[in-house]
Design a protein around this ligand. Structure first.
Ligand code: KIV
Ligand code: NA
Length: 279
């Protein structure tokens, strides 16, 4: 398989072929995403919750993102990789953002960065892209701003907020972003935004009218204990939790009953027990 580049993403968009994207946060989750031929892999800061057990994304540090980006990059041979800029590493000034983006690319070894925000982030996006680092925008529900948004709520429901999404998307595009994530936006509004742009939209909870889709891998694999809240847009394509639980329980039982390890899991001695005792 050939490494996918920005050109690959642009040609998928031109051909109107949906772009596939999934998150990964470590070596095995990146391996599976890459082997499944995803077009893009996102080292999303959602790893704060799904991989590190934090309560929200604001807790994750740049150093932590760098470690996860590096491990994902080592397993990725084909997909185009994107690393999230954590909250607090890009909002102060475009120079701060560029410094963080350079670290994510140089030390994290990913090909591009993602940051949250609309028109107000345009100078920042321009700063990073003119330095030669591709930027993926992210508008609609922006989890790093959850306290200002009043929680995880659908964005762009009213005419005024839908219009603001179009303005934000256009500003992010004009600033040089190569694509924009649209999160938790009514499907019709996502279609309007997509039609207003000449770069791809990557939807999550934004309907099938986007140019591509992204999901959090842990969520779509069902790799979490039962009872966890999942947003409406998550489709569970597997039940990795059940399979892992079954396997670990069976291992535990077999150790208790001495069924494991069996003879085939052991190494032979070079002599018999009797020969050893005489030795
Ligand atoms: O952090 C993340 O996983 C994301 C995607 C949900 C777009 O930002
Ligand atoms: Na994110």
């Amino acid at each position: 398989r050939k490494p996918k580049t920005l050109t690959t993403i642009q040609s998928l968009y031109r051909r109107k072929e949906p772009i596939t994207m999934i998150t990964a946060h470590d070596f095995p989750s990146a391996h599976v995403a890459d082997h499944a031929d995803m077009d893009m892999i996102l080292v999303g800061d959602s790893l704060a919750m799904v991989a590190l057990g934090m309560s929200d994304t604001s807790e994750v540090l740049l150093e932590e993102m760098l470690l996860h980006c590096r491990s994902v990059s080592r397993a990725t041979h084909s997909a185009f990789t994107v690393g999230d800029l954590p909250m607090g590493t890009y909002e102060i000034a475009p120079e701060q953002a560029l410094e963080s983006a350079i670290r994510v690319v140089k030390e994290g070894r990913v090909k591009s960065v993602k940051l949250e925000g609309g028109a107000e982030m345009a100078p920042t996006i321009a700063k990073i892209t003119t330095a030669g680092i591709p930027v993926l925008g992210h508008i609609g529900l922006t989890p790093q701003r959850q306290n200002a948004l009043g929680g995880f709520r659908v964005q762009g429901k009213s005419a005024a907020s839908a219009l603001k999404l179009v303005h934000d998307a256009r500003a992010v595009q004009a600033a040089g972003a190569f694509a924009i994530v649209l999160e938790a936006v009514p499907a019709e509004v996502a279609k309007i935004v997509t039609d207003a742009l000449s770069i791809p939209t990557i939807g999550i909870g934004a309907g099938s009218g986007c140019s591509g889709q992204v999901l959090v891998q842990i969520d779509m694999l069902g790799n979490f204990p039962p009872g966890r809240f999942l947003p409406k847009f998550v489709k569970q394509y597997g039940n990795v939790w059940e399979e892992s639980l079954r396997a670990v329980r069976e291992y535990g039982k077999e150790v208790k009953s001495r069924a494991y390890p069996a003879v085939e899991h052991t190494y032979p001695m070079a002599m018999s027990r009797e020969e050893f005792e005489e030795f």
